[in-house]
Design a protein around this ligand. Structure first.
Ligand code: SAM
Ligand code: SF4
Length: 339
């Protein structure tokens, strides 16, 4: 007799969760001004799920119908032996899991691109907010642009499809976005522009950083023709994509503030400490680490915790950046939940 197939992860609004973002560390070798403060207190290592626990959690999601897993952080590639996790999850590709991907700042991608490709990682998202070395150092608080560009080239050489993520920043790169897009398209990379979100104290005023992407789009349309693209991939994220006629490449707009995209939300996030956040923009979460570590039947306990989490998935986020000096909507940094 075959065992009944496990129930898919469906929330009370009828949305099925098929996409997991799994954060493997809160640490990072950069300190991007919209993401972290210069002086960060990182979690004690004992609080982090081990690589085996991360794999156990990921596989529980795959059994419940998750088809895409993105490894994120913090910076995933700073976690020791992280390639082991990629290797073990890569083995699940074609057996429930359809895609294993990574979001990285690429400072260490050059060393790992071939191994990631061997593990089955076909696409990587790389954060890149400027092509200017001085600006990079200003934005990331570290002088690492050359390493990032090497990482991007190595991923391309390893046969990976690279997508660039660029946070639009009013004073630091808004005037450079056309150049970044042109560069991406020359290199054959898609790019998504992202509105800065009010997550965690960074020592910077988000009001000074935030620029609505509808303004950016209007500016791009003064010299380019943007043709909207149909959404064909059901696992695709919240980007609204356009193809630029003049460059032939694609640009996406991720607009959590100006254009709420929660209706089609198919994802949840698990932190490196094993908390499941059902929405990036809300504080509700459920602890998976305790059932995992303390239950005599962790598989069953995890399943029950996932059911409870899905029942509590909120309908939408309520981010806002309204005035100078405003405290962030959430005290949690993006690097904790995983971007
Ligand atoms: N370190 C990796 C990286 O930078 O790609 C992965 C983690 S990072 C938190 C994931 C994504 O979140 C990056 O593209 C980053 O630009 C974005 N991000 C971080 N803080 C953000 C914020 N406050 N608002 C919007 N995007 C943010
Ligand atoms: Fe690190 Fe990524 Fe946050 Fe930048 S955005 S500080 S690279 S985690």
């Amino acid at each position: 007799m075959t065992s009944p197939s496990p129930t898919p992860l469906r929330d009370t609004f009828g949305r099925q969760v098929t996409y997991l973002r799994l954060s493997v560390t809160d640490r990072c070798d950069l300190r991007c001004t919209y993401c972290m403060a210069e002086a960060m207190t990182f979690l004690p290592r004992k609080d982090l799920l081990t690589l085996e626990e991360l794999e156990f959690v990921a596989k529980a999601f795959i059994r419940r119908g998750v088809r895409k897993i993105r490894i994120t952080g913090g910076e995933p590639l700073v976690r020791k032996d992280i390639l082991t996790l990629f290797g073990n999850l890569g083995a699940a590709l074609g057996q429930g899991l359809e895609e294993l991907t990574l979001t990285t700042n690429a400072t260490q991608l050059a060393q790992h691109a071939d191994d990631l490709a061997r593990a089955g990682v076909r696409r990587v998202n790389v954060s890149l907010d400027t092509l200017d070395r001085n600006r990079f150092e200003e934005i990331a608080r570290r002088d690492q642009l050359a390493q990032v560009l090497d990482g991007i080239h190595a991923a391309k050489a390893a046969g990976q499809k690279v997508k660039i993520n660029t946070v639009a920043l009013k004073h630091q790169n808004a005037d450079e976005l056309s150049d970044i897009i042109s560069w991406c398209h020359e290199q054959g990379h898609d790019i998504s522009l992202i509105e800065v979100m009010p997550l965690g104290e960074t020592g910077e005023d988000r009001f000074d950083q935030y620029i609505p992407l509808d303004l950016v789009q209007q500016k791009l349309e003064t010299h380019w023709t943007l043709d909207p693209e149909e959404k064909t991939d059901p696992l695709a994220g919240p980007s609204r994509y356009f193809r630029i006629r003049e460059t032939g490449g694609r640009v996406g707009f991720i607009t959590p503030l100006t254009n709420n995209f929660c209706t089609g939300c198919n994802r949840v996030r698990v932190t490196c400490t094993g908390r499941i956040y059902m929405c990036l923009g809300q504080n509700s979460h459920i602890d998976l680490r305790t059932p995992l570590r303390e239950s005599t039947d962790p598989e069953k306990a995890l399943d029950e915790a996932l059911d409870a989490a899905l029942f509590a998935k909120p309908e939408r986020h309520d981010f806002a950046i309204r005035s100078p000096g405003e405290a962030p909507s959430l005290r949690r940094h993006m690097s904790v939940t995983g971007g």
